[in-house]
Design a binder for this molecule. Structure first.
Ligand SMILES: Cc1cc2nc3c(=O)[nH]c(=O)nc-3n(C[C@H](O)[C@H](O)[C@H](O)COP(=O)(O)O)c2cc1C
Length: 199
């Protein structure tokens, strides 16, 4: 199993260091209980007014036909590797508050928090989660009959991280590259925009 630990400037929790988004997964399908633990983790994310605007549709390779239907909604570049993952999920945000029907400007923020909870729970369980924007929303809407006020925002690949050997050459190279980030000094300010907190 490949690891791509973050090289941090300041110490952070092991779980955050070791989470990453692989494209190579093993064929092993996580158990239903394991998958439910990931959604349980999502469940405990914070959300604006505790509205919990996240919804998920899951397709596992337990049912190849259903899996392929979801896979067909991904863009070609993602299908190349995601066809080999054992589980696909679509993360969907309800864009209006359940309470009053008003627009929830934080719906995508909160869906993202829920997905990161899933990713960290997955990492703790030896699994990995790879989020994707590259899919057709209209395909997902049509396929699963999703109502207007719900927005399919993120596709997610889930499984056990594998070895990059079977990836196409370009993806294999990317898989082996170290994970890069901006420096903390580039995005944390104090007193005024651009005044670096780190100085
Ligand atoms: C909202 C979102 C959309 C993404 N879309 C794609 C995608 O369509 N295809 C893909 O291969 N990776 C996708 N990624 C993965 C990112 O490329 C990856 O998280 C980033 O390069 C950082 O790598 P790391 O997660 O391994 O730290 C997406 C990530 C996020 C959060």
């Amino acid at each position: 199993m490949m690891e791509k630990r973050a090289k941090t400037e300041y110490p952070i929790h092991e779980l955050l260091c070791s989470r990453w988004s692989p494209r190579a997964f093993t064929k092993q399908i996580p158990s239903k209980d394991q998958l439910l633990s990931l959604f349980e983790a999502a469940r405990w994310a914070p959300s604006c007014y505790n509205d919990q605007p996240w919804f998920f549709i899951i397709a596992t390779k337990e049912n190849i036909k259903e899996f392929e239907v979801m896979l067909s909604c991904l863009v070609e570049q993602n299908q190349v590797w995601a066809q080999h993952v054992p589980v696909l999920v679509i993360g969907i945000a309800r864009t209006v508050f359940a309470l009053n029907g008003k627009i929830n400007h934080y719906a995508f923020h909160d869906l993202g928090m829920a997905i990161q909870n899933m990713a960290l729970q997955a990492t703790a369980m030896g699994l990995a989660v790879h989020p994707m924007a590259g899919f057709s929303k209209s395909c997902i809407r049509k396929t699963y009959n999703i109502p207007e006020e719900y927005d399919p925002m993120t596709a997610i690949a889930i499984g056990y991280p594998g070895t990059p050997d079977e990836l196409p050459e370009l993806l294999k190279q990317e898989e082996l590259e170290p994970r890069e980030r901006k420096r903390v000094r580039e995005f944390v300010f104090t007193r005024a925009w651009g005044k670096k907190f780190t100085d």
